[in-house]
Design a protein around this ligand. Structure first.
Ligand SMILES: Cc1ncc(COP(=O)(O)O)c(C=O)c1O
Length: 384
């Protein structure tokens, strides 16, 4: 059997990893500034993470959501404390798309409406409701277009209100910080304005923190830069398990649950919870939010000094570097000559940095030196 060929692959097979470094099958090490798409939060193969999962594997790896699993309670307790959302309730599932799918369904169950407002360039996953709320027609199969979604420009409160006024809006879904699009930070007053509009028109505000959550931006959630913002539902995945598939929705206390309302076979299983608990322990013990904030500010400041760079956007260790031209040749050179992995974005001129939150200053400096060399090389080539 062959693999269903949906991914364009880099010509690298990774066989080993340690903190911010990954090693390929030829023994070549790479600095990981991509984190496997913002997934590696606490560094590859962190000893506490490995121990927790191994210990759990030697006890019980899985049982379904038909028996008590105190690991779920421990995870919810630690997540509530570290995120500042102690009074919210946690629904556990397996991926970012599934978290958003459930969040949108929950909103509709809760207010009995069906329309969704989402934002242009945003990304919420590939399942039917989540992809319908993603403004990329190439991802929409005809079966996904049955959902009633209206797309509004990020930042345009007037358009959002116009759409809410038309009625039947169940939910407004927005990324805490737009990632795949090319790192676009929503203004704080815009997010607060959305909250106010949602209250006024009885719609639920869903903050998709799948990419921007779990300390990546220097706060637990990117939306926490907007003081006073308390979404109805917050979705998490990626960094939550540092590579172990686990995701969730944090649900405001005024939204009631009933048996059968949501469900999943694998969600919240013993192994996934062990991974999730280990991640929270490490973020707290190693002050990784502070590290992301400080190192991110340093990187952003240094990147802003480079004359070849058009704009640097982001917060903490979620950074977009925009050039005047496509970044593809530069990214290739970073891999081939400097052994540094970085990410792309929907905007072809944007290089995306999503490193482990354990990144050290020496890594940041190594990247800056490599980037300067690559930018100079590209400038020489284009003027030759
Ligand atoms: C903001 C955001 N939401 C949702 C998703 C979907 O997550 P998953 O691929 O785990 O389904 C992603 C994935 O990149 C994302 O960046």
């Amino acid at each position: 059997m062959k693999l269903f060929d949906v991914y364009p692959l880099m010509d690298i097979e990774l066989v080993d990893a340690n903190d911010c470094l990954v090693t390929d099958s030829t023994g070549q090490e790479y600095m990981d500034l991509y984190g496997g798409h913002a997934v590696i939060s606490v560094g590859h193969r962190h000893p506490h993470y490995v121990d927790k999962i191994q210990d759990q594997l030697n006890k019980i790896a899985f049982y379904s959501n038909s028996v008590i699993n105190n690991l779920q309670t421990e995870l919810a307790d630690k997540l509530g404390k570290l995120s500042g959302y102690e009074d919210y309730n946690l629904f556990l599932c397996n991926s970012g798309a599934e978290a958003n799918e459930n969040a949108l369904k929950l909103a509709s169950f809760s207010n009995k409406k069906s329309k969704v407002i989402s934002f242009k360039k945003g990304f919420h996953g590939r399942t039917s409701r989540a992809v319908a709320a993603t403004n990329s027609p190439k991802y929409h199969s005809p079966a996904d277009t049955v959902h009633d979604v209206q797309f509004v420009e990020l930042g345009d409160l007037e358009a959002a209100e116009q759409s809410l006024k038309e009625g039947n809006v169940s939910a407004v879904i927005v990324e805490g910080l737009q990632g795949l699009a090319g790192i676009y930070v929503p203004e704080e007053k815009f997010l607060l304005g959305l909250q106010e509009l949602c209250h006024r028109y009885d719609a639920l505000l869903i903050l998709d923190e799948v990419q921007s959550g779990y300390g990546r931006t220097g706060k637990f959630f990117a939306h926490q830069y907007a003081a006073g913002l308390k979404p109805d539902i917050i979705t998490v995945a990626k960094g939550m398990g540092n590579g172990f598939p686990i995701a969730g929705a944090l649900i405001a206390p005024d939204i009631p649950a009933w048996y059968g309302m949501l469900g999943t076979t694998f969600g919240g299983n013993h192994l996934a919870c062990s991974a999730g608990i280990a991640v929270l322990d490490i973020i707290k013990e190693e002050n990784l939010m502070e590290n992301a904030s400080e190192l991110g500010a340093y990187l952003i400041h240094e990147l802003q000094q480079l004359p070849e760079v058009k704009e640097v956007r982001g917060r903490g260790l979620m950074i977009g570097i925009e050039l005047e031209t496509a970044i593809a040749p530069m990214r290739k050179q970073l891999v081939k000559e400097h052994h540094i992995l970085t990410g792309v974005a929907a905007n072809p001129n944007v290089l995306r940095l999503l490193p482990p939150l354990t990144l050290k200053k020496k890594h940041a400096d190594q990247f800056l030196t490599a980037l300067k060399a690559v930018l100079m090389n590209q400038t020489e080539k284009s003027s030759a």
